[in-house]
Write a protein that binds this ligand. Structure first.
Ligand code: AMP
Length: 288
């Protein structure tokens, strides 16, 4: 496995691959890798085959964090991440610096962003202004540097995956976006680098997100007719906030492709939620 930190070196290698022919699979991450990330790496390998190239990027992107969010304390462990990537058969770990990705940003000399205008308005976009502008910008930049044939994203961040698919279509990126299923802990908690923050009594309370998803699934499956979204939201909210340190940020029911809000919930409607467990903000989603 090669580790590359220079944008130019990564782009030169990507251009060489493009000339020589191997298919390139790409998994963008912010590091502190877990089995969810590794499942995307294995998916990328299956998609490009044994002779293809798999690139993982490891970059905690400052422009997708709000001023009061956890950018500076976001968990980082480069040595461990590199070992996990090597063991997973990654060909290149691309780990650039802020100076390489956003040259001159501190001096106001970085000023180009990619903005998706529709899908990014609700849910994470409503709670975290400028978050998706940071995501689409960094992913567009990474696509231009790595030049992948296929990029793999996790269903864990459903709205993000939908926005990236839309961006790739709208801006004619010549690649395929693949969305892979969410990996969970044995108790149902979706794997996340931020789960590291859940110490002591907070960890068991974090089960509340998966329990809410299960409650919604049971409610939809047992009801003879579509269920009122407002009423189900109130019920899930009460159930979650029964945990002493849990506070609901949002619960949304929507159509999985368009992200259009649903007033009635039926089989196939998608549920997404964001919940603070103490000061840690967790998200999850599922098809009902
Ligand atoms: P992150 O490092 O959190 O930015 O995530 C990098 C990629 O891994 C994104 O496409 C995420 O959706 C995906 N991902 C994160 N957690 C999981 C999980 N539990 N299962 C599957 N994919 C995940």
């Amino acid at each position: 496995m090669r580790t590359i930190s220079s944008v130019l070196a990564m782009q030169r290698l990507a251009l060489k691959w493009r000339r020589l022919g191997p298919r390139v699979g790409f998994v963008p991450t912010m590091g502190y890798l877990h089995e969810g990330h590794l499942s995307l790496v294995h998916r990328a390998r299956r998609l490009v085959g044994p002779r293809g190239k798999v690139v993982v990027s490891l970059y905690v992107n400052p422009t997708q964090f709000g001023p009061r969010e956890d950018f500076s304390r976001y968990p980082r462990d480069f040595a461990r991440d590199a070992a996990l990537c090597r063991d997973a058969g990654v060909d290149v770990l691309f780990a650039p610096t802020d100076a390489a990705m956003y040259p001159g940003r501190d001096q106001g000399r970085y000023s180009t962003y990619v903005v998706e205008k529709t899908l990014s308005q609700s849910m994470e976009g409503a709670s975290r202004p400028a978050h998706f502008r940071g995501v689409t910008t960094i992913v567009a930049k990474l696509f231009n540097i790595v030049l992948p044939d296929v990029a793999v994203f996790g269903a864990k961040d459903w709205q993000q995956a939908a926005i990236i698919q839309r961006m790739a279509m709208d801006l004619n990126f010549p690649l395929k976006v693949v969305v892979a299923p969410t990996k969970r802990e044995p108790d149902g908690l979706a794997m996340s680098s931020r789960n590291k923050y859940l110490v002591g009594p907070l960890r068991p309370q974090a089960r509340a997100l998966w329990q809410a998803i299960q409650t919604a699934q049971a409610a939809v499956r047992s009801a003879p007719t579509p269920v009122s979204a407002a009423r189900l939201k109130r019920r899930l909210c009460r159930q979650i906030e029964d945990q002493p340190d849990a506070r609901v940020d949002y619960i949304e029911f929507f159509e999985p492709e368009t992200l259009a809000s649903a007033a009635k919930v039926r089989r196939g409607t998608h549920l997404a939620l964001a919940v603070f467990i103490g000061t840690t903000r967790l998200i999850d989603n599922a098809r009902l």
